[in-house]
Design a protein around this ligand. Structure first.
Ligand SMILES: C[S@@+](CC[C@H](N)C(=O)[O-])C[C@H]1O[C@@H](n2cnc3c(N)ncnc32)[C@H](O)[C@@H]1O
Length: 324
């Protein structure tokens, strides 16, 4: 609508990078042969590709313009806008965001950074505006940062500042004697896999992670030859199976609210991926009601550790029929 009513405009030629484009975005007002979605989340990447949209996990080369679909985390939003400014040689960078994504404060910040901001198009709870010029280099996040334990993380990945408290609780609850083939579902930058690989009796460790940037950090953090990396959707992953153990700190946020459905998909996947004798180790925020789902998928479920914030489950005897 902002394009159609002239509030924003695009240059006549050249590629247009769409940061954080999703398959459910209406991209019909954009010239299809000139757009390139930048999307590292595997399920969205695949869905965009299936729609015929050109998609990359990271930008490549220069662009004539960029559109940033605003993420909620402010540091990440600022980083994307700064990258978009650099790749376009100073814009135009079109920002599309909801009030709940903090679009008003980003708009103020863009003006403060000295950008020329055109007409601000408002509709329902969203705003779209175009920015050019300005000084954004101090909005850029470093490509890598080092956190406790000597691990590297990147802006925008889960627990980028330090190992997650839930994952620490899960790691502490894992028996020293774990052995065999293990799978880390939603492995992030590799914290749990690194803990698993301290055990000599682990023969293979498969890291399954949907965020390309997080998996890239995991590859740097884990150089052990027993590790195998899979950029994939954990809920449909089937490249390898018959695991002795699956460990997971499943995702619990889609936008603002905690969403138990995300973890449910991981529990079902774990039951499918485990050997009949296999064991699932799962940590969850205490308020997330996974008990029923665990009991539906496993014959034996125990809460083996936890505190006021987290609970750690051990689930055995997967009930689902094996496909392999
Ligand atoms: C709660 S974090 C745990 C990360 C890591 N295991 C740790 O302990 O720091 C959940 C992870 O699942 C990933 N994720 C979300 N949806 C996914 C999916 N459908 N398939 C695979 N990974 C997914 C997220 O990117 C995130 O890295």
């Amino acid at each position: 609508m902002a394009l159609e009513n002239g509030a924003i405009s695009l240059p006549d030629a050249g590629r247009i990078a769409l940061f954080r484009a999703r398959a459910d975005h209406d991209l019909s007002a954009l010239p299809p042969e000139r757009i390139e979605a930048i999307q590292g989340f595997f399920p969205e990447y695949q869905a965009l590709k299936a729609r015929g949209v050109a998609v990359r996990v990271a930008p490549e080369g220069d662009y004539a313009a960029a559109l940033v679909f605003l993420p909620r985390a402010k540091a990440e939003a600022r980083n994307l806008i700064a990258r978009a400014m650099a790749l376009t040689g100073g814009g135009p960078v079109i920002v599309d965001g909801q009030k709940t994504d903090g679009v008003d404060s980003i708009l103020r910040d863009c003006r403060r950074a000295g950008a020329q901001v055109g007409e601000v198009f408002s509709k329902a709870h969203g705003k779209v505006f175009s920015a050019t010029g300005g000084a954004f280099s101090d909005w850029l996040a470093p490509a890598r940062r080092e956190v406790a334990g000597g691990f590297v993380t990147a802006a925008g990945v889960f627990s980028a500042d330090a190992p997650d408290r839930g994952s620490l609780a899960l790691a502490a609850a894992l028996p020293v004697a774990l052995k065999g083939r293990v799978c880390d579902l939603g492995a992030g930058w590799g914290f749990l896999s690194a803990q698993l690989l301290t055990r000599d009796a682990i023969s293979e460790c498969h890291l399954v992670e949907a965020e390309h940037a997080a998996l890239a950090c995991a590859r740097e953090n884990i150089t052990d030859g027993r590790a195998q990396f899979h950029w994939a959707d954990a809920t449909t992953f089937d490249a390898v199976a018959g695991f002795d153990h699956v460990v997971t700190n499943p995702p619990f946020h889609q936008g603002r609210a905690a969403d138990a459905d995300l973890g449910r998909g991981f529990i079902a996947a774990a039951a499918r991926l485990l050997a009949r004798h296999g064991t699932l180790w799962l940590v969850a925020n205490r308020h997330l009601p996974y008990e029923k789902d665990l009991s539906a998928a496993f014959a034996e479920v125990n809460e083996v550790a936890g505190d006021a914030s987290f609970k750690v489950f051990r689930a055995r005897k997967p009930k689902l029929k094996k496909t392999r």
